[in-house]
Design a protein around this ligand. Structure first.
Ligand code: PGA
Length: 257
């Protein structure tokens, strides 16, 4: 696991965007795994800028989003479908038929989840997965206790997640209690993973996920088992890492390898 610590949120967003754009240029029909939340917004903004100013071409890529609230339709302003279109898809030239998001209205949830997994496989697997991390350590909506081998399925959100996301819904009561989410095992199959975290309120969980034991209680910790994960942190999110100096040292010396 490579840990890259930069001064600001803007810098980590740009660095992560560079990685994504390099992949798209090298493999125009690549499959991206995408995340919602506040964290990847800077990355999406930079990719939109690259599309508009540098002609970065998204016309052949496919995208799979990690998760979606269950019980709200795509047209709901707080659906992840709406979030992704508003903040990313509407501003680039991705083809609508190559955009995949879990359905928040599937009637046969198990059949839908199985289909989602099969589509990922049919397209050759996820080349690069973008991740944020929740304060409870979740990646996607894999809340503490999620099996490390889990696949796409419906999950009950924790009270903490519901409270964290109430800021978008206006009140805690309006936040859905369930989500359809890729499993930890699904995410682990991505060929490459980028985890981004910023701000002091992520420092504690980042230290646990990167330096603590691999445990289902912090599902982000499973990334320690993944061979191609890079974690991009701003100084605040990195502030509780014990081996902070070493990560900086590795980064400074990398160009010399
Ligand atoms: P955030 O959410 O980017 O809004 O902090 C991250 C997450 O819950 O995965």
């Amino acid at each position: 696991m490579e840990v890259v610590i930069l001064d600001s949120y803007e810098q980590i967003s740009k660095k992560a965007a560079k990685e994504v754009s390099n992949l798209i240029r090298n493999k125009p029909n690549c499959v991206l795994g995408l995340a919602t939340g506040s964290t990847p917004l800077g990355l999406y903004q930079e990719l939109i800028r690259m599309h508009k100013e540098e002609g970065l071409d998204f016309s052949k890529i496919s995208t799979f989003n990690l998760d979606e609230y269950y019980g709200i339709p795509p047209a709901h302003p707080q659906s992840y479908y709406a979030f992704m279109h508003e903040n990313f898809f509407n501003h680039i030239n991705v083809q609508p038929e190559r955009i995949y998001l879990p359905s928040g209205t599937a009637t046969d949830v198990n059949a839908f989840c199985q289909w989602y997994e099969e589509e990922i496989k049919r397209l050759g697997g996820i080349d690069l997965q973008i991740l944020g991390i929740g304060r409870d350590g979740h990646i996607a909506f894999n809340e503490p206790g999620s099996a490390l081998g889990s696949r796409t399925r419906i999950k009950t959100l924790t009270r903490e997640t519901v409270e964290d996301n109430a800021r978008f819904f206006g009140s805690v009561e309006d936040v859905p209690r369930y989500a359809i989410t890729m499993g930890v095992g699904t995410i682990q199959e991505a060929k490459q993973i980028i985890l981004i975290a910023s701000g002091e309120n992520k420092a504690e969980i980042i230290a646990k996920a990167i330096e603590g034991p691999v445990t289902a209680q912090v599902t982000g910790s499973v990334l320690q088992l993944h061979a191609q994960t890079v974690v991009y942190l701003d100084e605040a999110a990195a502030s509780k890492l014990e081996r902070y100096d070493y990560y900086k040292w590795v980064f400074e010396n990398k160009p010399k390898l």
